[in-house]
Write a protein that binds this ligand. Structure first.
Ligand code: C2O
Ligand code: CU
Length: 466
């Protein structure tokens, strides 16, 4: 009698232990690195491709004089004497070959942001290649597996070199995507201009490192202040927006315009969505399908990320009419379902600022280390894994992982299902962001904050995929 009584008393406890064991067991089974439920084959991109032709370009970085914001003799640095630098348009499967010459007074490299390239073409100094010395040349050559909107920029003293105007775009077209009547790139940047019209050359100030990086006082779209772009009535266009700013985040509003986001960070979305208010952080791209109305009009595209509103560019609907192109919004054919509620965090990256004495240089840290000090972390290829970014600072950190796309699955412990992949995610003040990832490209890949002052102050590490 007594024994039975004991067992009855213990039952809830035993059930609890067994239940726990069970969840743990099934949890491991479904979501550990060994799980096959979320497969690389479900990704909207892959590494098998029919290679096409070789597309060869010459690119030179050098001091240059351009026109900016009314200053006809704006002294800066540029690729091929233009800001933004050249737009390289190629087809999926092409081999891109870029004969690069460094005519800057500093070392440099080029990183092709977002697009998956072989590791030794990734442009990270002392990790994937030696820095290119002034006067030297280097040939970047890689096959493009991904169609979409990408960009390129230096990876040496990015805070200075990108700020001076070294950036350009790489657009990879896919013949299976609809051909819009206009396919236009809009490169957003901001500049810190002094009263005499010249560029403020106090790069990496203590203030900028300690705050949200260098925010400029002049915003440009394709190198112009508040340009106006013309659409015909009923015209349907694809605008590819790229944020090349060192630090500024844009949250764009298109007013009454009929807009849909069709790609983020290069990759087509799972589901087209309303782009109004999307946080376009440094490094991010968003492709927008715009359907012009059937009357003349003018729309001012505004950024409302901060409390003050900025007019960024405008779209003018002309007298001319055309017929609306009629096709479905492009979207990716497949997407992995990363909607898991219980998961193991495989790698955590704690983001923080400083902690150094006032006398020393301010540093930014990942897991308490400041690049070039880092402890290499690793991810396994072809396995679903979860990365956590936990921000314990009062600063913004748009985190970018080279060579991979990932998907946001939770913020501050709450499940989030963004209908798209990314290569850069804005981690807000004191926020924790979890992303799901299935790496498919091996190598040593940089992971860093894309606020370039933070990256320069050490918020960077290396992730090995093997
Ligand atoms: Cu656009 Cu390592 O970055
Ligand atoms: Cu940061």
């Amino acid at each position: 009698m007594k024994k039975h009584y004991l067992i009855i008393l213990l039952l809830p406890f035993l059930a609890f232990v067994a239940g726990n064991f069970f969840t743990r067991f099934s949890f491991n089974k479904s979501f550990s690195k060994n799980n096959v439920a979320i497969k690389a084959a479900d990704l909207p991109y892959n590494n098998s491709i029919e290679t096409n032709s070789v597309k060869e370009f010459d690119l030179q970085a050098a001091p240059s004089t351009i026109e900016l914001n009314g200053n006809e003799k704006f002294e800066t640095w540029a690729y091929n004497n233009q800001v933004p630098g050249p737009e390289f348009r190629v087809q999926k499967g092409d081999t891109v070959k870029i004969n690069f010459t460094n005519n800057l007074p500093q070392e440099t490299t080029i990183h092709f942001h977002g697009i998956r390239v072989s590791n030794e073409m990734d442009g990270v100094p002392d990790v994937t290649q030696n820095p290119i010395k002034p006067g030297d040349t280097f040939t970047y050559e890689f096959v493009v597996y991904d169609a979409g909107t990408f960009w390129y920029h230096p990876h040496v003293r990015g805070n200075e070199q990108v700020e001076r105007g070294l950036y350009g775009t790489l657009i990879v077209e896919d013949p299976n995507e609809p051909l819009y009547s206009q396919d236009k790139i809009i490169v957003l940047d901001d500049w810190r201009i002094q009263s005499d019209g010249s560029l403020n050359e106090n790069f990496n100030s203590r203030h900028d490192i300690g705050h949200d990086g260098r925010w400029g006082n002049v915003i440009t779209a394709n190198g112009q202040v508040q340009p106006s772009f013309i659409l015909k009535q009923n015209e349907r266009v694809r605008y590819r927006l790229v944020n090349t700013s060192n630090a500024r985040v844009y949250s764009l509003y298109f007013g009454e315009l009929d807009v849909k986001a069709i790609a983020v960070d290069g990759i087509l979305v799972r589901e087209p969505f309303n782009p109004n208010g999307f946080d376009l952080a440094p490094g991010n791209r968003i492709d927008i399908d715009i359907k012009a109305p059937n009357k003349t009009d003018i729309f001012t595209i505004k950024d409302k990320f901060t409390t003050s509103t900025n007019n960024v560019f405008s779209i003018q609907i002309s007298e001319e009419k055309t017929e609306m192109q009629n096709f479905e919004y492009p979207r990716a054919e497949k997407y992995p379902d990363m909607n898991v509620s219980n998961y193991i965090v495989d790698q955590e990256y704690a983001l923080d600022q400083g902690g150094m004495s006032m006398m020393h240089n301010l540093r930014a840290t990942i897991n308490s280390q400041s690049y070039p000090d880092y402890k290499k972390t690793s991810l396994e290829s072809d396995m679903f894994q979860v990365i956590r970014f936990s921000n314990s600072s009062a600063r913004l950190h748009p985190m970018h992982l080279h060579g991979q796309f990932f998907k946001v699955i939770a913020k501050d412990g709450k499940q989030v299902d963004e209908p798209f992949m990314r290569d850069t995610v804005l981690v807000d003040r004191y926020e924790t962001v979890d992303v799901g990832i299935i790496p498919i490209d091996e190598g040593d890949w940089a992971l860093h904050c894309h606020i370039l002052e933070h990256a320069e102050a050490g918020m960077m590490t290396i992730v090995e995929v093997d």
